[in-house]
Design a protein around this ligand. Structure first.
Ligand code: HEC
Length: 194
């Protein structure tokens, strides 16, 4: 092989390795992606860390929420930083998945299990983009992008009632002791108000 061809081949190989590393990184370090001023739906959140589940939690006047499961997910890189600091790093994205519950099905005789997806609530900490640090979005099942919700709809309740920054760690049994250990946990005893 001529030296020029060897050099070109070596360069191509480096490029291929660099691309592979970059795409690995994109997979393991998901951060909020935007299209204009809208948030892009985090499609692969089911590969993230599962935080906890609420069942029929009702903290808004809207009774429609009462019978649903709510599953919370966060990317691994942000979760790891929380474990070592009790805080969420900038560009953390949390997903709240709403699912219907069902009791009749297959061999089930009692209790309830999770069923259809109703929608996603997404919360991002992005200090360079949002003056209020945290922003909130809702995705219906067919939505690929979502505009930020008005502050009153989500931000205010999270600001006033969440135990760690804007997140409801008081309801996440594995994260609560970590935040307590780092002194980032703030108790909120009263029922949530808007
Ligand atoms: C009245 C208070 C209140 C309002 C308003 C509210 N939330 Fe929440 N949110 C909660 C509570 C309580 C939890 C914990 C629920 C659970 O564990 O299932 C929560 C959890 C979440 C989570 C999971 C991460 C976390 O912060 O703990 C996301 C994401 C989220 N909410 C998004 C939204 C969005 C989007 C809106 C606006 C449409 C919204 N929330 C409005 C009370 C509120």
């Amino acid at each position: 092989m001529k030296p020029a061809i060897v050099v070109a081949a070596a360069l191509l190989l480096c490029l291929a390795v660099a691309c592979a590393m970059a795409s690995d990184e994109a997979r393991s370090d998901p951060q909020p992606q935007y299209s204009g001023d809208k948030l892009v739906r985090p499609e692969r959140y089911r590969e993230w860390i599962y935080v906890s589940t609420g069942l029929g939690m009702n903290y808004t006047p809207d009774p429609g929420m009462a019978d649903q499961f709510t599953n919370v997910f966060v990317p691994q890189w942000a979760y790891r930083q929380f474990l070592s600091s009790g805080k969420w790093p900038d560009k953390t994205c949390l997903v709240l998945e709403d699912r219907n519950q069902q009791s009749k099905g297959s061999i089930n005789r009692g209790g309830r299990f999770q069923a259809d997806l109703i929608g996603l609530g997404v919360e991002v900490k992005d200090q360079t983009r949002f003056a209020d640090k945290w922003a909130y979005f809702n995705f219906g099942n067919d939505d690929k992008t979502a505009a930020a919700n008005p502050k009153q709809a989500c931000w205010v309740c999270h600001e006033n009632n969440a135990a760690v920054e804007h997140t409801f760690v008081q309801f996440y049994p594995t994260l609560k002791p970590i935040a307590q250990q780092f002194g980032t946990y703030h108790e909120h005893g009263a029922p949530a108000t808007q």
